[in-house]
Design a protein around this ligand. Structure first.
Ligand SMILES: Nc1ncnc2c1ncn2[C@@H]1O[C@H](COP(=O)(O)OP(=O)(O)O)[C@@H](O)[C@H]1O
Ligand SMILES: [Mg+2]
Length: 243
């Protein structure tokens, strides 16, 4: 994006501008504050945020901002986006999400690793158990986040295939015990986020923007040096298919 004047965005006198790699974001202080808060908090407690707005409102630019912010803070950033032509391809987006974490699949309970390998077409077998896919994805992200917080930025959620979207929303609702943050950007014509069952609605601010932060108890502190096998049992969400 070329530099834009404040007035071009109706930001008024004194509007804050944030420069990111030659791009200038004008205004959006509230959204930036929400993102900053999410990214600071992830050291203690994960959460998910939904950016919802019309095309051209600046959702992708806010994801760029979040990415720069998170990288500067030493987090591991994973970016993916829904692609219209792949919206009918089950688990296309999940494959993008898990690509950087493939090595971690081996540390999951067998049921979960097999389910994820099935989704990613890495193994043949029966259709993957949906709960094992969801739990496995949460666990692999949570395990990776033991080393450094993980920030997952998903753009154009309206085009994410339905199978992957279910997994993303399952994970988004269960981040409070992990050092994982997620930001989901979606066009406002997509189904209301209330249908996604992410808690703590904050409907003010960014036109047609919704913010959700995942609630729930903080997980027990992990003893220093806790091994992968200990982590596996600790993280097993209730009802998850076990080994
Ligand atoms: N607050 C802003 N300040 C400056 N430029 C902006 C702002 N919001 C959006 N833009 C610019 O408008 C264009 C559309 O923004 P984009 O982030 O792609 O919107 P969306 O993802 O919501 O469709 C881009 O060129 C982007 O850089
Ligand atoms: Mg966009």
């Amino acid at each position: 994006m070329s530099a834009l004047s404040a007035s071009a965005w109706g930001a008024g006198d004194g509007a804050a501008a944030q420069v990111m790699d030659q791009q200038v974001m004008v205004g959006r202080e509230r959204e930036r504050r929400l993102l900053d808060g999410l990214l600071v908090a992830v050291a203690e407690r994960g959460a998910a945020l939904v950016l919802r707005g019309e095309p051209g409102m600046g959702k992708t630019l806010l994801l760029d901002y979040a990415s720069a912010d998170a990288l500067a803070a030493g987090a591991r950033v994973v970016r993916l986006r829904g692609v219209e032509s792949e919206s009918v391809l089950p688990f296309a987006a999940l494959a993008d999400l898990l690509a950087p974490f493939r090595a971690g699949l081996a540390d999951l309970p067998q049921t979960q690793s097999s389910a994820l390998e099935g989704c990613l077409a890495l193994a043949v077998g029966p259709p993957p158990n949906p709960l094992a896919v969801c739990a496995g994805t949460l666990n692999v992200l949570a395990a990776a986040a033991d080393a450094a917080p993980v920030v997952v930025l998903v753009d154009d959620v309206q085009w994410v295939d339905a199978s992957s979207r279910r997994v993303l929303l399952f994970v988004a609702r269960r981040l409070s015990g992990e050092h994982v943050a997620m930001v989901l950007a979606v066009r406002s014509e997509a189904p209301e986020p209330s249908a996604w069952a992410l808690p703590d609605v904050d409907p003010a601010g960014f036109p047609a923007t919704a913010c959700r932060t995942a609630g729930g108890p903080r997980r027990q502190a992990v003893p220093p040096g806790a091994g992968r096998s200990g982590a596996r049992h600790r993280r097993q969400p209730a009802g998850a298919a076990g080994p």
